[in-house]
Design a protein around this ligand. Structure first.
Ligand code: SF4
Ligand code: SF4
Ligand code: SF4
Length: 238
């Protein structure tokens, strides 16, 4: 069963506590930032930014701001991670799938993998490469903390209850409970890719309004799991 996050976007205030805590815990350097006309800072994930609070203004046809959507993004720790499936063809030890927690961990051996292939395998556009060392990096579920019974630092830091973490079964139950509540205010509220990931988001609006990779592409064929692919390949002819 393993662990999971539940991220309730109706409670996120974009304080960025989670983003900063992630950097501090992993001793990652600050990005060189430029003003690019948004409060979102930095602009994108990188090999030194595993967690990014994305911000999106929703404007109506007249250009009036209707809503401001916040999306604290990180690796989803997929139940059947396509990044690992792609990596295993080259080196099964480069990306590790922790059996207890379900965390998907990129090791230093990722430096020998073809980066573009790994990035393209990820339906959420998460992996990033250090241009110098060639190591591919992303959120590691704070596995060092979780294995010692502590919460991931982003969850511990969140002041609003937007970030939650625990046994996957408990997080799924909490997500469903909060969804029912949210639906009363936001009729389009939904849980993103609930059956596929360990980072479950509660969206108050359509996921694509937040970010194009907020949920996996609807083109399911592109992201069939290895099991599904095999089943398809060996299906009896009709
Ligand atoms: Fe891998 Fe992407 Fe899934 Fe993270 S979100 S486990 S990088 S496929
Ligand atoms: Fe960063 Fe840890 Fe949160 Fe992942 S779980 S985003 S590594 S703080
Ligand atoms: Fe949102 Fe919580 Fe992160 Fe602040 S710490 S940006 S409220 S998820």
């Amino acid at each position: 069963e393993g662990k999971a996050f539940f991220i309730d976007l109706t409670r996120c205030t974009a304080c960025r506590g989670c983003q900063i805590a992630c950097k501090e815990w992993h001793k990652l350097p600050a990005e060189e930032t430029k003003n690019w006309g948004s409060h979102q800072n930095p602009k994108d994930l990188s090999y030194i930014t595993y967690k990014l609070v994305r911000m999106k203004e929703v404007v109506d046809k007249k250009g009036h701001i209707q809503n401001w959507l916040f999306f604290p993004e990180q690796c989803r720790h997929c139940l059947e991670p396509p990044c690992k499936m792609a990596a295993d063809d080259y080196d099964p030890e480069a990306i590790i799938h922790d059996p207890l927690t379900g965390a998907v961990i990129f090791t230093e051996k990722t430096k020998n993998l073809p980066f573009n292939e790994i990035r393209e395998a990820c339906p959420y556009n998460i992996p990033r490469q250090d241009p110098k060392t060639k190591i591919i990096a992303k959120c590691d579920m704070c596995i060092d903390r979780v294995q010692n019974g502590l919460l991931p630092i982003c969850v511990k830091t969140c002041p609003t209850g937007a970030m939650n973490f625990g046994d996957r079964k408990e997080m799924v139950a909490l997500a469903k409970k909060r969804l029912a509540k949210a639906k009363k205010i936001y009729p389009h509220a939904s849980l993103g890719d609930l059956g596929d990931v360990r980072v479950i988001y509660l969206f108050q609006e359509k996921p694509n309004n937040y970010y194009e990779f907020a949920v996996a592409s609807l083109d399911k064929n592109k992201y069939l799991s290895r099991k599904e692919l095999l089943a398809k390949a060996f299906a009896p002819l009709k």
